[in-house]
Write a protein that binds this ligand. Structure first.
Ligand SMILES: [Zn+2]
Length: 223
């Protein structure tokens, strides 16, 4: 269950108070009428990711909070929730993971100024937040386990065509280095072999952690 705090007035004025109360009342109406609402999850101040449909399933006036169901299973009331608890808890895990990934992407993009760490490409539609140690291998969605990579370098990294050494140098797998093909292979991959990462976060705490890099480097070497 996700909690949504009541809206509080932004200023002590009567008008702000009434506005906040009427917003809270609107949420109550959605609960009573069992209407779906859109939940805007805050990624960073001023940036949100919408979750839809969200259902308001309970009101807790003593804590000034509402409980929301974001599992898309169409919960109408708390009483219904117990019946499909396993699929509900699985769906809730997916929603939580989406929330973490959204914050991870934002934080990695910020640390790398939205540029691919390998080639500097800065076209945000083509740049992604890559995990150094993958999700499935227990890699957490935290900046020191991330790198901003363009789609080509992300895919090459995930498939062990390209590796990043613990000293932040790029390595291209031997068979790929020996391959002869067009300019994309040459300039897109082979030319980066042995070079230092092009973009490294300014803040030390944001840089790839040696631990994660070493774990991942071992995987690359045994590929
Ligand atoms: Zn790139």
């Amino acid at each position: 269950m996700f909690l949504y705090h009541y809206r509080d007035p932004r200023s002590p004025s009567r008008r702000a108070h009434d506005q906040a109360e009427s917003d809270n009342e609107a949420v109550r109406v959605a609960m009573r009428r069992r209407l779906p609402v859109i939940y805007f999850f805050g990624i960073v101040p001023g940036r949100y990711r919408p979750f839809y449909p969200a259902y308001v399933v309970a009101d807790h006036p003593e804590r000034r909070e509402f409980s929301l169901d974001l599992t898309e299973l169409g919960a109408r009331h708390l009483d219904d929730l117990a019946s499909d608890a396993p699929s509900r808890s699985y769906r809730a895990q997916i929603v939580r993971s989406r929330m973490h990934q959204a914050r991870f992407r934002e934080a990695v993009m910020r640390a790398y100024q939205s540029s691919c760490a390998i080639c500097r490409l800065k076209r945000s539609e083509l740049v992604e937040a890559a995990h150094i140690v993958g999700d499935a291998d227990g890699g957490e969605p935290v900046v020191p386990n991330g790198m901003a990579l363009c789609k080509l370098h992300h895919a090459a990294f995930d498939r062990n065509i390209l590796g990043v050494r613990p000293d932040l140098r790029v390595a291209i797998r031997q068979d790929i280095l020996e391959e002869v093909d067009g300019p994309m292979l040459l300039h897109g991959l082979q030319d980066f072999h042995g070079l230092q990462l092009s973009v490294i976060p300014r803040r030390r705490d944001d840089r790839p952690s040696a631990d994660f890099l070493e774990r991942r480097w071992e995987q690359f070497r045994s590929a």
